[in-house]
Unconditional design. Structure first.
Length: 214
């Protein structure tokens, strides 16, 4: 996607218009791994030049924002909060800090989910929009694509291995580690949208296992 202008002080980006611009979130298959693989490769195929990421927030700051947002969501939805013990959020939050402080430092999209990917016309394929740019581990950008479809640990690990075989620079072990710490965040979102969605409980199971082994 072409960047026409930016005001980094205000966090504003002026990006090109995408037509027809159908969101993947509005399609029956919201998580097409085969189509998102080249998008991920294009996002962070080369290490950033020294100093190129100066001024961007680190991945740790982005993760802290997501965990704080999750805490506020649990305050607003007591029925969901009853299914998500507070310690699951805190254990995951602590682990995210350690993960964010290690690994490669690349320019990340920072908010790459099905609502922020559009289908473009003229054979162009998928286009990522509405980034929250940050610097850090590229595995973070892949989490929604391997975790949100649900299916439990083995299904998630199979998707990770499949994607890692097609995207240069994607570390399967770190991707799984990020899935473990992000599972509780995605579980809350899924349960708010659909309390009976089995993917929500599958993600909670991953979060519980992560907390137990911690």
């Amino acid at each position: 996607m072409t960047l026409h202008d930016a005001d980094l002080a205000r966090g504003a980006l002026l990006l090109e218009r995408v037509l027809p611009g159908t969101r993947l979130a509005d399609e029956p298959d919201r998580w097409p791994l085969g189509e998102i693989a080249p998008v991920l490769s294009d996002l962070w195929q080369q290490p950033a030049e020294p100093g190129a990421l100066a001024g961007l927030p680190g991945l740790g700051e982005r993760a802290e924002f997501l965990f704080e947002m999750t805490r506020r969501r649990l305050d607003r939805y007591p029925t969901v909060a009853a299914r998500v013990p507070p310690h699951l959020v805190e254990v995951a939050r602590d682990r995210s800090r350690a993960l964010a402080g290690a690994g490669a430092a690349r320019l990340l999209h920072g908010d790459l989910h099905a609502g922020n990917v559009l289908r473009a016309g003229d054979g162009r394929g998928l286009v990522a929009i509405d980034p929250r740019p940050c610097r850090g581990d590229p595995a973070f950008d892949a989490v929604d694509w391997v975790l949100a479809a649900g299916g439990g640990e083995q299904a998630v690990r199979r998707r990770i291995d499949w994607l890692a075989g097609r995207v240069d620079g994607l570390d399967p072990d770190r991707t799984w580690s990020w899935c473990q710490v992000m599972a509780v965040i995605l579980a809350v979102l899924v349960l708010i949208g659909g309390p009976d969605d089995p993917a929500g409980e599958e993600m909670l199971a991953i979060a519980r296992a992560t907390a137990w082994t911690g």
